[in-house]
Design a protein around this ligand. Sequence first.
Ligand code: 0RA
Length: 641
Amino acid sequence: MAQSNGSYGANSMQVLEGLDPVRKRPGMYIGSTGASGLHHCVWEVVDNSVDEAMAGHATRIDITLLADGGCRVTDDGRGIPTDVNKQQKMTGVEIALTKLHGGGKFGGEGYKVSGGLHGVGVSVVNALSRKLVVEVDRDGKHHVMEFADGGKVTSKLKVTGDAPRGRTGTTVTFWPDGSIFETTEFSARTILERLQMMAFLNKGLEIRFKDERPDHKAEPVTYRYAGGIVDFVKHLNTSKESLFSKVGSYELAEDDQEVEVAFQWNTGYNADGIHSFANGINTTEGGTHEEGFKAALTTVVNKHARAKNLLKEKDPNLQGEDIREGITAIISVRLRDPQFEGQTKAKLGNTSIKTLVQKATNDKLGEWFEQNPTEANKIVKKAIAGAQARMAAKKARDVIRSKTLLDGAGMPDKLKDCSSKNRDERELFIVEGDSAGGSAVTARDPLRQAILPIRGKILNVERARLDKMLKNLEVQALISAIGAGVGEEFDLEKRRYDKVCILADADVDGLHIRTLLLTFFFRQMRPLVEHGHVYICQPPLYSTEVAKAKVYLKDDHAKDLFLRDNPNHKKDFGRLKGLGEMDAEELRITTMEDGLRTLLQVTVEQAALADEVVSTLMGDVVEVRKAFIVNNAKDTRFLDI
Ligand code: 0RA
């Protein structure tokens, strides 16, 4: 990491403007005033301490959620300067806390790198807090300064005593302003996930977390990874079968920029296992650093395969996607002035970093391949198998396509289609099991509702390759019925239905089949999910009788509400065992008929990482673990996670 040895007291700090704009338009600075904005405040304060660690001056950061709702961040860095800045006639502490962009980072000299996205300064947090206390241990003294109501000084910087022996460092404690934020309750899980990610990205940095809030009983947590991103890769692969036990890594620094890469392959087929970061920020949309890595990886593997005669002269080159099947890699770059682009500002735009990553990968990964022939051989063989599978899948797709053409409409026998010619009102119900399929056929509106019964469990598409999957009859039926192709060739415009509804039992098997279907749609028909055409039916879990009339209750919550409103009702409810137990009329009125049913629309929050393991880690990406977010419902039972 870059070391800056000079001392930059308050005079190195540059000042832009006061805090009014932040309170007027908080969203401009922290994205939102919801839970995400609230946590941005934590990231902002923690990032400052991480910067101090990256500059080589801090080794430990403590984050504590206080019993009274505050959040405290302590580091053992140099401490914010307490001397008076000559131009500003203010102490460094006051500048840092009351001026927008006040801080060494923008003075040019102070820090080499800082997280661009969150680098708005602690002053923003001050502006959005009902109270903030900053404490600095520096020059043997303990200094304290206090603010309230959005950054108004309530107690000037003063020395309150001696610093603990030899200690330097900064402590910022803030209490978010309830009149600004929709919620002021921090989520320990969100914070922990991000802290762990930061610990992985900053080798050796110790990050400790404590939750002192009442009703939040949790043991303190310490993250510290001597291996840095190598440990990150190991962590991501814990639940996977690795292709070889080694984790490779390399790094290169040049002209104020640096890149670190760690990688391994598992035996799976997921080609989205590359995770990239720029200045500690997760670039979920990739960018120049990822492009550089991918390009060089393809070159290196092909070069090696040719040199070792694993690819014959007449064989075509292995494609990037073949090579990336099963890879888990972390690319972490640090650079000055990172350009974050794209809709979510999560794509790195700096072209100079592409060159650096490409160079590092060509040279150092090439070297690693030479030095680790057993592993290199396994990687190449796996890529060759991937290429063969890709070609087989293309053939299988061509067969399905020609079948569809030959068989006229080409519709599967099991499909009970609907007759409407207006696609906007056509609905496909995918129903688990033949008996439930029968009831659904009786219950449906034959004009608008089509039924496709599927039996058994469709293949787990996460694990199976496309070629295998396409041989599965259930999957073939599904593709033909929807009529818009599959994989890269999927064409949303050709879909034959407006709504594709999954109708499965609420039991474990039903959950499983829902998860498999959703995974299939997510992986192979993503636009269908992205454009909101996939739904989950909610058959009721309970039924009971009130004055001889049947009442259906969709879940435990609905049951609780019913019992609250009908306290004298008998407590034992009939638990509906499955779809098969309902007759067609029950199925119609509870689950299928428009206006009576509850349909949950499945949306993709971010069509980025769906790899559940990495998603359990990353702060802003928490939502992605729940890649399928269901509108109007906290119900994520179908996620099977
Ligand atoms: C400006 C200049 C210097 C350090 C810092 C800011 C600083 C800020 C924060 C915020 C949280 N922890 C921090 N640690 C340091 C350089 C001071 C010097 O040259 O001694």
